[in-house]
Design a protein around this ligand. Structure first.
Ligand code: ATP
Ligand code: MP5
Length: 278
């Protein structure tokens, strides 16, 4: 029997389906990869913001990781929301032991502005998880926190990507340009080379879960055997399509459209043709 590519997300939840493990699982599926998920925090949130957060007890996170790794072998893992030092340490321990390709999305603050990580966890993100990353995918603010310097131009973003790899020890780094102005340009530093991935900026507030979706797509592509630059290239295409055809869900920062790459607008918004009655 042929082996199916499998990807595992270790992240928090979003009951409205736009971010966290929900976005990751949808993305894995759209990228032809069998998706699995370990829940780290249960987050009551929607497109308008975060209401409540309950962290899953570390023993239960370890038990979920045991359940996955004692039974299957994902070809790639991605991490999202890892809110406390105990959670980040338990995940890092497991990844270190399994030596599996790892995409780290260093989730710190939600689009809504709500914090998703305790302050002392930021340090562990830098010292424990980042060195295990095949690729780390910070946005502007996350990259600034990780390197301890502000970033206000593409040149500085490029320097930040190099810093994350050469000074801090990530395997490669993608500094995302969603929070800059002009075209949405992301800079990858991998194998001593820079790559630029640029797309026209869509004027929209439907950007909830863009980082989750992009990093999940990269993990799916790595699970399918792509090299890093090709994985990022196709994932950038995926997120660009997902952002440019929003679904209009929710009252706030709506989710991206995970179906966008396979359905045309007309197919997506079908007219209902079945009625019943006398
Ligand atoms: N308005 C936009 N138009 C086109 N591409 C965008 C837009 N906003 C973000 N992107 C792209 O989406 C991806 C995610 O980037 P971003 O910097 O928004 O990450 P993030 O802040 O981690 O996402 P999140 O909103 O999930 O926190 C990147 O490829 C970025 O270039
Ligand atoms: C569980 C979880 N993980 C990540 C994000 C970040 O996504 P965004 O910044 O788009 O709100 C989130 N809101 N919730």
């Amino acid at each position: 029997m042929k082996e199916v590519p499998m990807a595992l997300s270790i992240a928090g939840t979003d009951p409205t389906g736009g971010a966290g493990i929900h976005a990751d699982l949808k993305t894995f599926q759209e990228c032809d990869t069998y998706g699995m998920a370990v829940v780290t925090s249960v987050v009551s949130q929607n497109t308008e913001g975060v209401r409540d957060v309950w962290h899953v007890p570390v023993e239960l996170i370890k038990s979920q990781l045991n359940a996955v790794f004692e039974d299957t072998r994902p070809q790639a893992v991605k991490t999202g929301m890892l809110a406390t030092p105990e959670i980040i340490n338990s995940v890092a321990d497991r990844i270190e032991a399994e030596k599996v390709p790892l995409v780290v999305d260093p989730v710190m603050v939600a689009t809504s502005g709500d914090s998703l990580m305790e302050e002392e966890t930021e340090k562990l993100m830098r010292t424990r998880l980042l060195p295990l990353a095949t690729i780390i995918t910070p946005n502007k603010d996350e990259a600034e926190k990780l390197i301890g310097q502000s970033i206000s131009s593409l040149t500085e973003a490029k320097e930040a990507a190099r810093h994350l790899v050469e000074e801090l020890g990530a395997g490669s780094a993608l500094v995302k340009g969603g929070h800059f102005s002009g075209d949405a340009t992301d800079i990858l530093y991998a194998g001593n080379e820079f790559y630029y991935f640029s797309a026209p900026r869509t004027e929209t507030n439907h950007t909830h879960g863009t980082g989750c979706t992009l990093s999940a797509a990269i993990a799916a592509k790595l699970a399918r055997g792509y090299n890093i630059a090709d994985a990022v290239d196709e994932s950038k295409q995926f997120i660009t399509e997902a952002i440019s055809q929003p679904l209009g869900i929710g009252k706030g920062n709506g989710p991206v459209n995970h179906f966008a790459s396979r359905l045309t607008r007309d197919e997506l918004f079908v007219e209902r043709r079945m009625y019943h009655g006398k």
